[in-house]
Design a protein around this ligand. Structure first.
Ligand code: SF4
Length: 348
């Protein structure tokens, strides 16, 4: 399938030839008042600086309307409303300015209810994600669960097209990585609609990142997928970081810092773990295409440091800073973070 089908979500466009975007889902209920909403807006801005392109919110009540409206208007990135069962909530979220809604037509109920949602999305010129999970598919015959997911997605797309709506993204997710890979491969063979990738209920950090990297990395390396979420039972910042790192590892996101850090061993005399976690968010927000090394002793530290654009090697409280492979100065552990960031700012 070589056709190009582009979808716009707020000010972003996804589809073949466009950047692959990182998405997360906010892990709390929407705020109950505007003061908290303002704080959330600041957090969304920070999530954006570390690589989040799109954020999704649960929309379980029309009481969320005003806060959602405020966020949709002020957010630096597109805002998605996640809707289950009640189509009037989808209509309400669209009215509030959602840039995209995520629905599973199969759990909305009567066909006319889905029709109303699609027509409202069309009138507002927003996107819809058809979100299919392996656990909530219609019961009927198919060659395999993956074929059932693919067939169901294609039927829903056909339905939407009959209503004149094509600004649609599809997701075919399961907690089983093989099923997720197979369903997306089958779909991509028959459709050019953009795909949002993810593995559902993937667990805590280690299992979620491992399983998602396997499934999403496999699909992305085959050219399948336009947005992604690494679903983690954990911090949303970690989800974003994992998504960005996956894209960088696959060469699908060029800009940004590539960190080389020593895993530590008995020789370490400098706390690389504590240092990296203290500086990690700042590094994620930097768009320069650089390799930064953080090394813990004099055995391998200087060697790795010479290969990096900017590096530090700690030997006790003495931290050696390297720029373009050359030792440039020595600072204390307390000053190391600022020295590293300054060297990165100066690097070309
Ligand atoms: S750089 Fe030093 S402390 Fe770090 S893993 Fe290598 S030998 Fe161990």
């Amino acid at each position: 399938m070589n056709d190009v089908h582009l979808v716009h979500i707020g000010n972003l466009t996804i589809g073949k030839g466009k950047p692959i975007l990182v998405q997360t889902m906010y892990d709390e209920a929407l705020p109950v008042d505007m003061k908290m909403a303002e704080a959330l807006l600041i957090r969304i801005g920070k999530l954006n600086t570390i690589g989040c392109d799109i954020i999704r919110f649960s929309y379980p009540s029309k009481d969320d309307h005003e806060v959602f409206k405020y966020l949709a208007k002020a957010s630096p990135i597109p805002i998605v409303a996640d809707i289950h069962f009640d189509h009037t909530l989808a209509l309400d979220a669209i009215e509030a300015g959602a840039h995209k809604i995520r629905i599973n037509p199969g759990n909305i109920g009567a066909r006319w209810k889905v029709d109303e949602v699609v027509r409202a999305a069309k009138d507002r010129d927003i996107a819809i994600r058809i979100g299919l999970n392996s656990g909530s598919l219609p019961r009927r015959e198919a060659a395999s669960p993956a074929h059932l997911m693919k067939d169901t997605a294609l039927e829903y797309l056909d339905w939407f097209e009959r209503l004149g709506f094509t600004n649609t993204v599809v997701s075919l997710k399961g907690s089983d990585t093989d099923l997720t890979i197979e369903a997306n491969r089958l779909f991509a063979k028959e459709s050019s609609y953009p795909i949002h990738l993810g593995v559902t209920e993937a667990g805590s950090v280690i299992s979620a990142v491992t399983r998602s990297t396997w499934a999403l990395g496999t699909l992305l390396s085959e050219g399948i997928g336009n947005t992604l979420r690494i679903s983690i039972t954990g911090e949303i910042e970690t989800e974003i970081q994992a998504g960005v790192e996956l894209l960088r590892t696959l060469g699908l996101k060029k800009k940004g810092i590539r960190v080389v850090s020593c895993p530590r061993c008995g020789r370490h005399t400098f706390d690389t773990i504590g240092f990296l976690s203290s500086v990690e968010e700042e590094l994620l927000a930097i768009e320069k295409d650089l390799t930064v090394a953080i090394m813990g002793c004099q055995v391998n530290g200087p060697g790795e440091a010479k290969e990096a654009d900017v590096a530090i090697t700690g030997i006790g409280n003495a931290i050696f800073l390297y720029e373009k492979g050359v030792l440039s100065r020595k600072v204390t552990a307390q000053d190391a973070k600022e020295a590293l960031l300054e060297a990165i700012r100066n690097a070309e």
